[in-house]
Design a protein around this ligand. Structure first.
Ligand code: HEC
Length: 270
């Protein structure tokens, strides 16, 4: 009876999350679609519809990721994933695109340079299997970006994008241009911009770039006012720590000094 019930539950849930048995498995349902958006030969933007079986047909591998386990405070998680470099061979980029924008179901917006994709052999997972006892936050669904074992990119939020609904080829310079202008020539503000790009923008958008899972920081704080700067740093530590119920432990990626550079950058908006 339990088995029948579980099978029924699996059918019911779009992602096939098994509610009763361990380990927890999350896969993209065969019917689930996502989009890959790129310019056609005439330069018009064009969205292709993709499904998990179509992606699977390019060749998937079972894999683990120490990087993922470390950031999630988990162990022995397993994935079914494809090399992003393999997926990229399906597309001809003619307009200087050098990055992939990752739009997600939960208003998270990731971005990866093609350089990083090749350098760290980044993967795209269609199935996630967590060891029993690990609780799965709502956002932890495929498609998921993975750093394979043996590769050592800097430890950042950037390499943790999940819940992806669209991959879109873009130019890095165009994407970041409105923010580069704000950072200006101050080395401290520029360093803060880099920290923000690698760890915060995905959820706290600025100038129309990034996601909106988190609050608008420029509305919540007046960065020209010292007490507000201090309040922001305190709120960050209170919310984004290792006990965050939604596993948004961003604190692990940034030192106090790096956060102060973020303030130096955000001050420039006034
Ligand atoms: C995975 C998404 C995500 C990332 C990445 C992220 N945040 Fe957040 N952040 C949130 C969410 C969600 C909240 C809670 C929003 C709310 O209060 O409604 C939040 C809250 C905050 C708060 C507290 C706001 C308040 O009103 O209490 C601060 C400050 C903050 N984030 C700063 C940052 C900084 C700085 C970074 C980068 C170092 C960062 N966040 C990265 C999603 C994120």
């Amino acid at each position: 009876m339990k088995q029948i019930f579980c099978g029924f539950m699996t059918l019911l849930l779009a992602f096939g999350i098994s509610a009763c048995s361990a380990p927890k498995k999350v896969g993209v349902g065969a019917e689930r679609i996502f989009r890959i958006t790129h310019a056609d030969s005439a330069g018009r933007m064009f969205s292709e519809i993709w499904t998990a079986p179509k992606l699977d047909s390019l060749g998937m591998q079972e894999t683990s990721s120490e990087y993922f386990d470390r950031a999630m405070h988990m162990s022995d998680s397993r994935f079914t994933a494809i090399a992003l470099s393999r997926l990229l061979t399906e597309f001809t980029l003619k307009r200087g695109e050098d990055a992939v924008l990752l739009n997600c179901f939960d208003d998270y917006q990731g971005i990866l340079s093609l350089n990083d994709i090749y350098k760290y052999d980044l993967r795209l997972a269609t199935k996630i299997k967590l060891v029993s006892g690990n609780s799965k936050p709502d956002w932890l669904n495929p498609l998921l970006i993975l750093v394979p074992d043996g590769k050592r990119p800097p430890f950042q939020e950037r390499f943790m994008t999940a819940n992806i609904r669209e991959l879109k080829f873009v130019r890095l310079n165009d994407y970041y241009a409105p923010l580069e202008n704000i950072a200006g020539t101050s080395p401290k503000a520029q360093e803060g911009l880099e920290v923000f790009k690698d760890n915060c923008l995905f959820c706290h958008s600025l100038k129309g770039r990034g996601g909106n899972k988190g609050v608008q920081l420029l509305e919540a704080y007046d960065f020209s006012y010292k007490p507000d700067q201090i309040r922001m740093l305190g709120d960050f530590r209170d919310f984004h720590n290792k006990d965050n119920p939604d596993k948004q432990d961003v604190d692990q990626f940034v030192t106090q000094e790096k956060l102060e550079r973020v303030v130096d950058f955000l001050k420039n908006f006034d």
